[in-house]
Design a protein around this ligand. Sequence first.
Ligand code: E4P
Length: 217
Amino acid sequence: MKFFVDSAEIDAIAELNETGMVDGVTTNPSLILKSGRDILEVTKEICDLVEGPVSAEVVATEADAMITEGRKLAKIANNIAVKVPLTWAGLKACKTLTDEGQMVNVTLCFSVNQALLAAKAGATFISPFIGRLDDINLDGMDLIADIRNVYDNYGFETEILAASIRSVNHIADSARIGADVITAPPSVLKKLADHPLTDKGLEAFLSDWAKTGQQIL
Ligand code: E4P
């Protein structure tokens, strides 16, 4: 399973990238706002830092304008994935841009039917939003499982990119179901290594090591 960082904060992406765990990055207009940076500048910096796909989202709502924005975003770097919303205009833009050889991430997916449409439009990635479904008392993880099942039934190659992840359990469950990619905020990704028994065990080992009076270096 691939790990994408859901952020436009260069320092946080760079820190995680040093561990080799970063396979890509996703951004959206809200994350650009949070970063306080210019979209073209910050996206270029992210693309220079990370080898894998970097999603940059269009903000037009009509297909032709989405395509024009998508082409402009695609010029930032070879690893741009143009992000379009799951609307009819977004699907049309997806089809045009993927036909041109561009990676496209279809975002704001909340149903298996929407995911089917994105796959038929040639999407590289489909982004079902787990957390936002959980927020309204639906089960976001059920949607990931449904899409996995339906895509496998027909051999669709669109990658399932589990998005709107709020907890480490969302990541473990996405992996169990077989999502191709998860995108999560740095704060959640950093929690993946945490375990109280690791902390307790390390404390005991270091305490015993101190009693040996030895040094490795
Ligand atoms: C990523 O592609 C999505 O835009 C992001 O995961 C949405 O997350 P949120 O629901 O926490 O805003």
